[in-house]
Write a protein that binds this ligand. Sequence first.
Ligand SMILES: [Zn+2]
Length: 99
Amino acid sequence: MRCLECGSAVLWTFTEAGKRLAVDAAPDVDGNTAVYRDGTGTWRSRRPTDELPVMGWEKLHRPHVATCAGPRARPGAAPSLPSGVADMAAYRRRNRSRP
Ligand SMILES: [Zn+2]
C-alpha cells in the first residue's frame, strides 16, 4: 500500500480499538507500535506495555502520521499546488527519506 499523501509505503493496520492505523511499512526499532499479522492475514497493531511487551511475532513500526511528508499531516503547510506543477520540496523530502 502507498500513502495517498506522500507516496511512502505504508501498512494499514487495525488497532485493538478496531480503528484503522497506517504505519510505515518498514519496521523501525524506535517505533512505538507493535504490528503483527493475525490468522486471517489482517495486520494488527497495538501499543506495547510493561505487562504486554513486544512479542516475538511482532515488529515495532512507527505510525505513519509521525513520518508522513504529505500535506494533510502538516497543518499550516502551503496549499496544494495546481496540477501539473511539480512540488520540488516534496520531491526532495521524499528522496531524502530514501537511502
Ligand atoms: Zn504519507
